[in-house]
Design a protein. Sequence first.
Length: 259
Amino acid sequence: MRILEVKNLSIQFGGLRAVDDFNLSLGKDELVAIIGPNGAGKTTIFNMLTGIYRPTSGSIELEGESLVGLKPYQFAQRGISRTFQNIRLFSNASVIDNVKMAATMHSKDNLVSSLLRTRTMVKHERELDEKVMSLLEPLNLADKADLLAKNLPYGDQRRLELARALMTDPKILLLDEPVAGMITTEIEEMAELVVRIRKDFELSIILIEHHMNFVMPIADRVKVIDFGKTISEGTPDVVQKDPKVIEAYLGGGYQNANA
């Protein structure tokens, strides 16, 4: 079953065609990695898949519904959530409040019920707390729920971003360089976590990453982008042996492609 269909997606900034004719058919519970050199257009693709950029041409369909032209919050409401390469947390808010804020787009509470503390509002707050803690627990953040986000170690901040993304109940999770800046042990832990999240939450995942020792063991398919164009696609074993990929990106061996 295909959950996402992206066809002939292109975007142009002035005279620069940043992404040219990008196609992706994503299956339910599938994990696809997009790799390529810096400046290849990977994050630009993510920005189109989340409504930050509107493509110059092409289509994006989630379960048959066209998303082109929708606002970013509408992409999220329909089931596409993301993390960012540069961590974007509310640094002076607690861990639990950071995750709660991600739920606001689905909130049905109005101002009056919030101010009057109605029974419905109190019940909703209790359910919200329970849901947040159910997300923090598998991410090993439950015991840090009351800490300020800025006081978390780097790896925990990355996991907190994941919790925020999961709070929106996504169908598709987009991970933009989830192990950037991590040491080897943290990378291994994040790989295990992504695999577990994919299974437990029944998610389809698209990820961008430079660390090939993170990507290759967990991806079902890999798409390689260079200068905005797809130059290779297939299983990790096939892609890492493709001469075009080796020349453009992997430099003779994916194990060393960490930059």
